[in-house]
Write a protein that binds this ligand. Structure first.
Ligand code: SF4
Length: 90
């Protein structure tokens, strides 16, 4: 069983009060709009004081969708693989 996640870091999240669509996107979103939306979300993440906590959380759970810790789904999958390789090499 996985340890229960700590959500305390969310109290300081820069995205509090922001529209969730900015981080998760609407249904049927096309690539050009997605890129613009993700860029805006990542700008908020870049100034977020709990970015590392957010990214660590999203990497450690099966969070398939959305922008977390400044990374989109594909970027998180790459980061997850990178961390696994690093852990296996240690
Ligand atoms: S890193 Fe981004 S998604 Fe995560 S809490 Fe901060 S603003 Fe929200």
């Amino acid at each position: 069983m996985r340890p229960r996640p700590s959500w305390g870091w969310q109290d300081a999240a820069a995205c509090r009060g922001e529209d969730l669509v900015l981080f998760f996107g609407p249904d049927g979103e096309r690539q050009p709009e997605r890129e613009i939306r993700e860029r805006k979300a990542k700008e908020i993440c870049a100034a977020c004081p709990v970015r590392t906590d957010c990214l660590d959380y999203a990497i450690s759970r099966p969070e398939k969708y959305g922008t977390w810790g400044g990374l989109n789904e594909d970027e998180r999958a790459s980061e997850r693989r990178r961390r696994m390789r690093r852990a296996n090499a240690a």
